[in-house]
Design a binder for this molecule. Structure first.
Ligand SMILES: CC(C)(COP(=O)(O)OP(=O)(O)OC[C@H]1O[C@@H](n2cnc3c(N)ncnc32)[C@H](O)[C@@H]1OP(=O)(O)O)[C@@H](O)C(=O)NCCC(=O)NCCS
Length: 176
């Protein structure tokens, strides 16, 4: 499964993505708001293993996409969608973009593609995303792609020894 946008390809990860992916996932600044990382090379390898395994699942429970800039074929980030509940047609999404590629609208473009895919071919009725209240860029991305803020989750994560709140965003297949 590959998604194409104006400036990006979102394609399945490959084993040889390790070096480019690890340069991003091992960067403390990138994972500042995440409940994982910064990754060791081994942890990035484990993630890639999950990503490759998810390709073979039937039915699919997750799509993990390498975000590729079309002009130079560089891996600039990742985006993912996983199904939280098949019964309730509910999923959750996330994304990250390498510091060198931030500020160009790529996260918005990738996140929009994943959201649209999930609500159409993915067969989902509801897709959620959460982000740290201080992660201004990610809050903006979620608003720009038409997700609605539904709640403020207090002390949702214990991130590197600090309790962090999370803002909950969601979008339904039928807008209301
Ligand atoms: C958050 C992140 C995904 C934004 O990626 P990006 O490609 O720079 O985002 P975009 O260029 O699509 O920007 C979307 C909007 O957010 C704004 N924005 C982006 N980063 C911002 C920042 N650090 N501070 C303030 N605004 C910011 C942009 O100006 C734009 O708004 P505008 O169109 O009104 O000007 C990226 O910084 C990142 O991957 N960070 C680390 C991982 C992460 O936090 N992932 C999300 C977890 S919930």
């Amino acid at each position: 499964m590959e998604l194409t946008t104006a400036r990006l390809f979102l394609r399945p990860f490959r084993a040889d993505d390790h070096a480019e992916l690890h340069a991003i996932a091992g960067d403390p600044e990138v994972v500042r708001w995440m409940d994982w990382g910064p990754n060791t090379p081994e942890e990035t390898g484990v993630f890639l293993g999950y990503a490759l395994a998810s390709e073979a699942e039937t039915p699919r429970r997750a799509w993990k996409f390498a975000v590729i800039r079309r002009t130079d074929a560089t891996l600039i980030g990742s985006a993912e969608l996983h199904i939280e509940s098949p019964e309730h047609h509910r999923g959750a999404m996330g994304y990250l973009i390498a510091p060198a590629a931030q500020g160009h609208g790529y996260a918005t473009e990738a996140a929009q593609a994943v959201l649209d895919f999930g609500l159409t071919e993915g067969g989902l009725h509801r897709i959620t995303a959460t982000c740290d209240p201080e992660n201004v860029g990610s809050n903006r991305v979620l608003e720009k792609i038409g997700m609605s803020r539904e709640g403020h989750l207090r002390d949702h994560f214990l991130i590197r020894g600090e309790w962090r709140d999370r803002l909950l965003y969601a979008r339904l297949a039928q807008l209301r």
